[in-house]
Structure formats: structure tokens, C-alpha cells
Design a protein around this ligand. Sequence first.
Ligand SMILES: C[S@@+](CC[C@H](N)C(=O)[O-])C[C@H]1O[C@@H](n2cnc3c(N)ncnc32)[C@H](O)[C@@H]1O
Length: 187
Amino acid sequence: MNLVHRKLCSSALWAKAVAAEMPGNVAGFDLGDSVLEIGPGYGATTRALARLVPRLTAVEIDGASAELLQREFGERVRVVHGDGAAMPFEDGEFSAVVCFTMLHHVPTTALQDAIFAEAFRVLRPGGVLRAIDGLESVPFRLLHIGDTLNALDPVSLWPRLTTTGFTDIKVDHVPKRSVRFSARKPH
Ligand SMILES: C[S@@+](CC[C@H](N)C(=O)[O-])C[C@H]1O[C@@H](n2cnc3c(N)ncnc32)[C@H](O)[C@@H]1O
């Protein structure tokens, strides 16, 4: 992440907004007893989620961020330094997988698809994937100068998730703002 982005994601303002929105962002989904978050960053989403779910694991590709989170959360959240596209977890280990504001940081479509495939693998049958991300726009691009920006194409999500094996796929988006989607691993 570039400096502006790092400042924003670690700010009290971002943490406050995320904490206020999180209950609504997962409302209507039975996340179950063991949730995996991919891409926790500075932990704003992790902090908000940890209050809502019984057991939380977070996998973060950046070693320094993972270490900070391990120190902050201790026993409360299992923080793992690893890649969401090749995760060190057993098949069917989690009741839900969530990704918030991280998929646009994944540099290629193939790697995003690898994250979908890994989410599918580590979900139990019936488990849910819930994700929210920003969409391509001029302000979003300016925020990512000198940083990775590979925004999702909302129209591509249904075929990509179907190919991965997911069912019950729902995609909502506000053009140039955000996309919210969910999908289920069949029983
Ligand atoms: C913009 S931050 C969002 C953090 C947090 N979810 C939030 O909303 O505050 C995106 C995070 O995803 C992480 N990330 C990117 N690719 C990843 C991958 N393949 N596996 C795990 N984490 C990844 C980045 O290192 C970064 O910390």
C-alpha cells in the first residue's frame, strides 16, 4: 500500500466507519462458529468482526502487518502470515470466509480467482463467502498512485464464482463506488 493508503487504513476515522458498518455488512448471513478473514491489513475490519463472531482467524500477506495484528489480538484472533491465494489451512476448516476492501490489492485476475478457489476449499459445505470492495473510479485510482489497483469487474463475478463451484451467488454494486457479493459452497 502507498503512504496515503497506509495512513487511511490505519486511521481512527477508518476504524470508526468500519466498526459502524460491519454489523450491516454481515447482516443476514449466518457466519457460523469459525470465520476466516483474508486481508486484515491494520485490523479495522478484524476488530469489528471479532466482536460479532465466536472464533476468528485472519490471514495477511504482509509480514509486518501480520506481526502487529498478532501483538494486538493475542489469543483473541488467530493471525496467520500467509497468502489468501495459497492458504495453510485444512479443507473445510471454516464456516465463513470474508474479504473486505482487499481484492483490488490482488494484482491479477488469476490471483483473485486463486483466492476464490482457496476460499471454496477451506469452507465447509454450506459455508458462505462474503466480500465487499471498491470499484474503479478516478478518486479510487488517485488513492492508489504507486500502489496495486486491480478493481473487480462486478459483471465477471457470477461466472468466476460459478466456475469455482459456488452457488447462491448474489452481487450488488453501485457503479464507480463499491461491490458487495456473497456465495455459498454447496452441501
Ligand atoms: C486495503 S487493506 C484492507 C484491510 C482491511 N480489510 C480493512 O478494510 O481495513 C488490504 C490488505 O489486504 C492484504 N492482502 C493483499 N493481498 C493479499 C493476499 N493475497 N492474501 C492475504 N492478504 C492480502 C494487504 O497486504 C492489505 O493489508
